[in-house]
Design a protein around this ligand. Structure first.
Ligand code: ADP
Length: 727
C-alpha cells in the first residue's frame, strides 16, 4: 500500500459512491491532491513519482466517471427520459400544487370530471386561495377537507383523505386523495403532487356490506333465541344479546380476546349437577365433529335454573375442516314443567283409575280393546301384556259367558257402528273361572269434529245384587204359586159347594125318577114332576157354572188411552233382564201406524206378560239354539193386532188351551190363557193361537180401534180392579 498507491483506487470508488456522483469531480480533485502530497512525502520511497502519480490520477478519473455513470443513469432513467409519456394516459386524476397550495396543474381527466375547462380552472385557482378545489367537494365533507389540507400545508405531512366530489352532472362520488410534498435539497417544500381515485363503487359496496353485516348482527341480537358461537377448538367467541341478557353474563366477560374468562363465565351458569355431562357432551361433539344436543339446566339472570334444550352444529370449510361452531339454547322449562305436571296428573289419574272399584277399559274407535285398569287385570287374571299387545279379541270373547257372546258381540258392533253409548248386563268370567253378572257401560269420547277418538268402558260387578234379585224373584214366584194354589183350592171349594147342592138334588131326583118309572105300574105323573125337578137342578148347576164363567167374563173395563206400541216397548224394557237370565232374547217389530185405542192398560199388560211367559216357557222345554220372543203390532182393518211369536214346541192342543184349568205343564194351573181370553173378549177383541210351520207358536190378540174419550188422560188407574186376581 505504501509502495504502490493503486490500492487507493478503492478509496476513490467508495468516495464516489458515498458522495453521489454530483460531487465526484471536486472529491476526485481533493483525492488527487492528497495523493500527490502523500507520494511526494519523505515516507514514500518510490521510483519515478511523476509517472506513478500520472498513472494513478488517470485510473482514479476513469473509475470516478464509471461510478458516476452507474449512479446517475440507470437503464430505466435512460428509457424514461427518451420516451415522453402522455399525461392523458395516467389513470385517475392527477394534479400538482405550489408549496402554498395554489393550483399548479390539473390533468384533463380531472377537468372533465368536474366539468370545467383548463381556462376556467385557471381562473378559479387564480382568484381563489389554496382551497380552490373546495367548491367541488360535498358541503358535508368540505370543512374536514380544508382542515386536513391546511394541516398538511403547515406540517408537510402527506395527505390521505376521502371525500365526495361533485361530477359535471351534479352527482357526488367518493374520491380518495393521496398527495405528497416535493422538497428541495434543503428540505423545503417546493410543490405538492397528488392523485385522486374514484372509490365511489368501492365505498358503496363497502356500505352495502356493512349494512348487511349490521342487519345480520341486529337480527341475531333481536331474534328471540339464545345464540352462541365457538371456535373450532370449542372456545366461546360470541353470545348474542338475548343470551347475554338471559344469563346476565357481563359484557366485559364476553370479549372474544379473553376466551378463558368467557368460557368460565358460561360454565358458571350451567347447573352444578349438569356441568360434567355438559362438558363431556361438548367435548364429544368437538372431537367427533358431530352435532351437540343436550338437555340441561342453566341459570338465568335472576338466579333461577331453567331447563334448556341446547343444540350446536359445526360450520365446515371446503376441505371439510371445522371453521366455527354455532349453537342455540332453547328455554324449554315451561314445556318440561308442563310435561312433568301432565305426567304427575297422569300418574294420579292412573292411580285413581286403578283404585276405583270398577273394571275400566278402553277401546280404539274401531272397537279394539287396548287398555285395562289394574282392577280389571286382577279381577280377570288377564295378562296385561297379552291383552295390551294385540288387543286379542278372542281372549276378550272368552271372558263373556257363552250364552251371552253372540248378543254382546252384535250389541257392541251395533254400538260402534252407531257411535252411541251402550249399556249391557251380562256374565263375565272371573280369574277363578266363575261367571259373574256385570253391568257394562261403554261411552264414546268425541273430538270437536264429533269423531270418536276412543271408547271408555266400565264394568261393575253386580253379581251379588243380581243373585239376590233372582232369589227374591224365585221366592216371589213360589209365593205367587202358593197363593194361586190357595186361591184355586178356595175357588174349587166354592165351586164344589155351589155345585154340590144342585148336583145332589139332581142325583136324588134322578134316582126318584127311575123309581117312579120302575114302579108297577109306572107312576108317570110323579116321574114327570121328578123330571121337571131334574131339569130345574141341572139348570141350577148350569147357572153355577155360568156364574163362574161370568166371573171371568165380567171384566171391569175402565177406559184409558193406550198407546199399544209404547206399552209393548215399556214391557220389553221391564222384562228384558229377566228373560236374559233365562237366556231368552226379546225383539219387537212395531208398526208405527198403530193408533192409540181405549183399553185397560193393566189388563193388556197382564195379557202380554202371560203370553210372553208362555212363549219363554215353551222354549225352555226344547234345546233351541237361539231363544227368541218377537212381539209385533200391526193394523188389520178396524182392529189392532198384537202377536207374540216364539221358537218353542208349538201348540199341542189349540182347541183346548183357552179352557180353564187346561195345562200341559207340571206346575201349570191352566188359567192364564182362559183369563187372557176373558179379558180380550171383554175388550171385544179376539185371542187365537197357532203353531208355526217352521216350529214355535204365535199367539195373537186383536183390539178394536176405539175413539179416545175426552176425559181419557192416558194415565192408567194405579189400582184398577183386577179381573181374576186369583190367577
Ligand atoms: P199354564 O201356563 O199354567 O199351563 P195357560 O193357560 O197359560 O196355563 O196355558 C195353557 C197351556 O197352553 C199350556 O200348558 C201350554 O200347553 C199351552 N200353551 C200356551 N202358550 C203356549 C205356547 N206359546 N207354546 C206352546 N204351548 C203353549
Amino acid at each position: 500500500m505504501l509502495s504502490d498507491p493503486t490500492a487507493m483506487l478503492v478509496t476513490v470508488a467508495a468516495t464516489c459512491l458515498l458522495a453521489k456522483c454530483r460531487h465526484a469531480i471536486p472529491t476526485l480533485l481533493a483525492i488527487f491532491f492528497a495523493t500527490a502530497c502523500f507520494l511526494n512525502s519523505p515516507f514514500y520511497d518510490g521510483v519515478e513519482p511523476t509517472e506513478r502519480l500520472f498513472g494513478f490520477g488517470a485510473s482514479a478519473i476513469c473509475l470516478a466517471m464509471l461510478m458516476k455513470l452507474a449512479n446517475a443513469k440507470t437503464l430505466f432513467d435512460r428509457v424514461y427520459e427518451t420516451v415522453q409519456p402522455n399525461i392523458e394516459d395516467i389513470p385517475g386524476f392527477g394534479w400538482s400544487a405550489y408549496a402554498d397550495g395554489r393550483l399548479r396543474f390539473l390533468n384533463p381527466k380531472a377537468l372533465n370530471y368536474v366539468g370545467v375547462t383548463a381556462a376556467e380552472m385557471s381562473a378559479i385557482s387564480k382568484i381563489d386561495n389554496h382551497s380552490w378545489w373546495s367548491k367541488f367537494v360535498h358541503p358535508e365533507d368540505r370543512d374536514g377537507c380544508i382542515d386536513r389540507w391546511d394541516h398538511s400545508l403547515r406540517t408537510g405531512e402527506p395527505i390521505f383523505e376521502e371525500q365526495r366530489v361533485r361530477r359535471h352532472d351534479g352527482t357526488y362520488r367518493w374520491m380518495r386523495d393521496a398527495a405528497i410534498a416535493s422538497r428541495d435539497e434543503n428540505g423545503h417544500i417546493v410543490a405538492w403532487f397528488g392523485t385522486t381515485v374514484d372509490i365511489d363503487d368501492q365505498r358503496k359496496a363497502e356500505a352495502a356490506l356493512l349494512d348487511s353485516q349490521t342487519q345480520l348482527q341486529q337480527m341475531i341480537d333481536t331474534v328471540p333465541a339464545l345464540i352462541w358461537c365457538a371456535t373450532a377448538e370449542g372456545q366461546p367467541s360470541y353470545i348474542n344479546t338475548p343470551l347475554r341478557i338471559w344469563t346476565g353474563i357481563p359484557l366485559e366477560s364476553t370479549k372474544p380476546g379473553d376466551s378463558a374468562q368467557f368460557a368460565k363465565a358460561i360454565m358458571a351458569t350451567i347447573h352444578p349437577e349438569d356441568r360434567a355431562i355438559w362438558k363431556q357432551s361438548l367435548e364429544q361433539a368437538l372431537n367427533s365433529g358431530q352435532a351437540f344436543a343436550l338437555r340441561y339446566r342453566q341459570r338465568r339472570h335472576d338466579g333461577v335454573y331453567r331447563w334448556i334444550d341446547g343444540k350446536a352444529e359445526a360450520l365446515r370449510g371446503h376441505d371439510g375442516s371445522i371453521i366455527q361452531w354455532y349453537g342455540v339454547c332453547l328455554d324449554i322449562n315451561d314445556q318440561v314443567e308442563a310435561t312433568e305436571a301432565v305426567r304427575k296428573s297422569e300418574n294420579e289419574l292412573r292411580l285413581l283409575i286403578d283404585t276405583v272399584p270398577s273394571l275400566i277399559w278402553l277401546m280404539t274407535p274401531e272397537g279394539m280393546p287396548y287398555y285395562f285398569n289394574k282392577r280389571f287385570v286382577d279381577w280377570s287374571g288377564l295378562s296385561v301384556a297379552s291383552a295390551l299387545l294385540d288387543g286379542d279379541k278372542l281372549k276378550m270373547v272368552e271372558f263373556i259367558h257363552p250364552e251371552d257372546r253372540v248378543a254382546v258381540d252384535s250389541a257392541i258392533k251395533q254400538t260402534i257402528a252407531a257411535g252411541k253409548p251402550f249399556s249391557h248386563k251380562g256374565r263375565l268370567r272371573r280369574k277363578d273361572g266363575q261367571y259373574r253378572w256385570m253391568q257394562s257401560r261403554i261411552e264414546p269420547l268425541l273430538n270437536e269434529d264429533g269423531e270418536i277418538i276412543r271408547w271408555y268402558g266400565v264394568n261393575l260387578d253386580i253379581d251379588d245384587e243380581v243373585r239376590a234379585q233372582e232369589a227374591l224373584r224365585r221366592s216371589d214366584e213360589r209365593l205367587a204359586r202358593a197363593l194361586r194354589a190357595a186361591s184355586l183350592s178356595e175357588l174349587s171349594v166354592s165351586i164344589a159347594h155351589e155345585l154340590n147342592q144342585p148336583l145332589q138334588a139332581l142325583v136324588a131326583n134322578s134316582h126318584a125318577f127311575k123309581r117312579w118309572l120302575d114302579a108297577v105300574p109306572p107312576n108317570l105323573d110323579r116321574a114327570n114332576r121328578t123330571a121337571e125337578w131334574i131339569v130345574r137342578d141341572a139348570d141350577a148347576a148350569a147357572q153355577v157354572v155360568s156364574r163362574i164363567r161370568a166371573l171371568f167374563g165380567k171384566a171391569v173395563f175402565p177406559k184409558h188411552k193406550v198407546d199399544v206400541n209404547a206399552l209393548i216397548t215399556d214391557l220389553r224394557d221391564l222384562i228384558t233382564d229377566r228373560l236374559i237370565a233365562q237366556a231368552v232374547k226379546i225383539e219387537i217389530d212395531l208398526d208405527p201406524h198403530v193408533p192409540a185405542t181405549s183399553a185397560d192398560r193393566v189388563q193388556l199388560e197382564q195379557v202380554l206378560l202371560n203370553l210372553i211367559r208362555n212363549a219363554s216357557e215353551a222354549m225352555q222345554e226344547k234345546t233351541i239354539e237361539r231363544q227368541l220372543v218377537t212381539i209385533s203390532s200391526r193394523v188389520r182393518g178396524e182392529m189392532i193386532e198384537i202377536e207374540v211369536r216364539d221358537r218353542g214346541t208349538g201348540i199341542i192342543d189349540p182347541d183346548k188351551i183357552f179352557e180353564p184349568f187346561f195345562t200341559t205343564k207340571q206346575d201349570g194351573m191352566g188359567m192364564g190363557l182362559a183369563i187372557c181370553h176373558s179379558i180380550i173378549e171383554a175388550h171385544q177383541g179376539q185371542l187365537r193361537a197357532e203353531t208355526l210351520p217352521g216350529g214355535g207358536a204365535a199367539v195373537t190378540f186383536s183390539l178394536p180401534i176405539r175413539p179416545i174419550e175426552a176425559n181419557d188422560s192416558g194415565n192408567p188407574d194405579p189400582w184398577p180392579e183386577r179381573v181374576a186376581a186369583s190367577a
